[in-house]
Design a protein around this ligand. Structure first.
Ligand SMILES: NC(=O)C1=CN([C@@H]2O[C@H](COP(=O)(O)OP(=O)(O)OC[C@H]3O[C@@H](n4cnc5c(N)ncnc54)[C@H](O)[C@@H]3O)[C@@H](O)[C@H]2O)C=CC1
Ligand SMILES: O=C([O-])CC(=O)C(=O)O
Length: 334
């Protein structure tokens, strides 16, 4: 695409709380670059149209030069027409006491309908990021109903978990989050996820040391640290009475920006992507894996050391995803 030509970016759930932060960051150039104009496609359901009208007024009032227009709609065929990138946020959030998979029966059909619409109307190289929970299984269903688009183009967001883990390690060490590199989130965006710092490092201007050596507290790293990241979403809900939104929007920006622009040499990020059997993960799940990215293509980072401790955790979260897949297919076929 010639520089200067706008790309079309859809945000679903555009009247919701994550979108409220996300839209302004896209409009500001934080995702696709400060030279890339955008046309925003904003999808929500009829009862949310009044709120969305207000969001559109605010988009005007942002007065940002990259926004070349917006389309406000309740129709998937309008929302997904010719889009280059899709942020699929619109779905019910969980409340206190629920697991994310409890949302499956309510949300998965949204992703069937949107998969079908992407299949018919979107560009074939559209990059799809599913945020709505349960994100991994929703992404799998979306891809299943969009067979004309490569499976590699459907991803689920585990970047918020990565950001949480990186931040927790930096805080423990009294360092800046940018000093912590190559944290990996394996598996499901759920309480079975495995936040893994075995291959992560702490860097400063002239040195690099493993996180394990720097922290020097295996009991914490393999106990409280993991539990805290696995249950961080629930902790935010308990405190806010609403689920994470500001941090979720920032993570969506990080995920799509890195997919669009690539990762630095020697570093990786975590994304829910279609599994190919790497690391013994069953094929054809949307499973969070370490990926490096160049030319807008992600590649699974191979050869990381998996301890017996880690292997058990990888298997446990895969088992949950297999169960979710079965349940989701049953809901969609009912
Ligand atoms: N993967 C992740 O790390 C995270 C995922 N989430 C998930 O993101 C989703 C959205 O969260 P919030 O923005 O806080 O929720 P929200 O309730 O504030 O907004 C959701 C919006 O989606 C709309 N919506 C519902 N059905 C729709 C449909 N069929 N098409 C288009 N729009 C539709 C609603 O009308 C509402 O405006 C939830 O499922 C939440 O659990 C939240 C945080 C992190
Ligand atoms: O916990 C939730 O339901 C929202 C979410 O996915 C998160 O904050 O990670």
């Amino acid at each position: 695409m010639a520089e200067g030509e706008p790309i079309r970016v859809v945000v679903t759930g555009a009247a919701g709380q994550i979108a409220y932060s996300l839209i302004s960051m896209i409009a500001n150039g934080d995702v696709f670059g400060t030279k890339q104009p955008v046309i925003l496609h904003l999808l929500d359901i009829p009862p949310a149209m009044g709120v969305l009208e207000g969001v559109c007024m605010e988009i005007d009032d942002l007065a940002l030069p990259l926004v070349k227009g917006y389309v406000k709609t309740t129709e998937p065929e309008v929302a997904f027409k010719d889009v280059d990138a899709a942020f699929l946020v619109g779905a019910m959030p969980r409340r206190e006491g629920m697991e994310r998979k409890d949302l499956l029966s309510a949300n998965v059909k949204i992703f069937k309908v949107q998969g079908e619409a992407l299949n018919k109307y979107a560009k074939k190289d559209v990059k799809v990021l599913v945020v709505g929970n349960p994100a991994n299984t929703n992404a799998l269903i979306c891809s299943f109903y969009a067979p004309s688009i490569p499976k590699e183009n459907f991803t689920a967001m585990t970047r918020l978990d990565q950001n949480r883990a990186q931040s927790a390690i930096a805080k423990r060490l009294g360092l800046c989050v940018s000093n912590v590199k190559n944290v990996t989130i394996w598996g499901n965006h759920s309480s079975t996820q495995f936040p893994d710092v075995f291959n992560a490092s702490v860097t400063s201007s002239d040195s690099s040391k493993s996180v394990y050596d720097s922290i020097n507290d295996t009991q914490w790293l393999e106990g409280d640290f993991i539990k805290t990241i696995q249950t961080r979403g629930a902790a935010v809900i308990q405190a806010r009475k609403m689920s994470s939104a500001m941090s979720a929007a920032k993570a969506a920006v990080d995920h799509m920006r890195d997919w669009w622009s690539g990762t630095a040499s020697g570093s990786w990020v975590s994304m829910g992507v279609i599994s190919d059997g790497s690391y013994g993960v069953p094929k054809d799940l949307i499973y969070s894996l370490p990926v490096s990215i160049s030319n807008k293509q992600w590649k699974i980072v191979q050869g990381l050391k998996i301890t017996d401790f880690a292997k058990n955790k990888l298997d446990l979260t895969a088992k949950e995803l297999l169960e979710e897949k079965e349940e989701a297919m049953a809901v969609c076929n009912a």
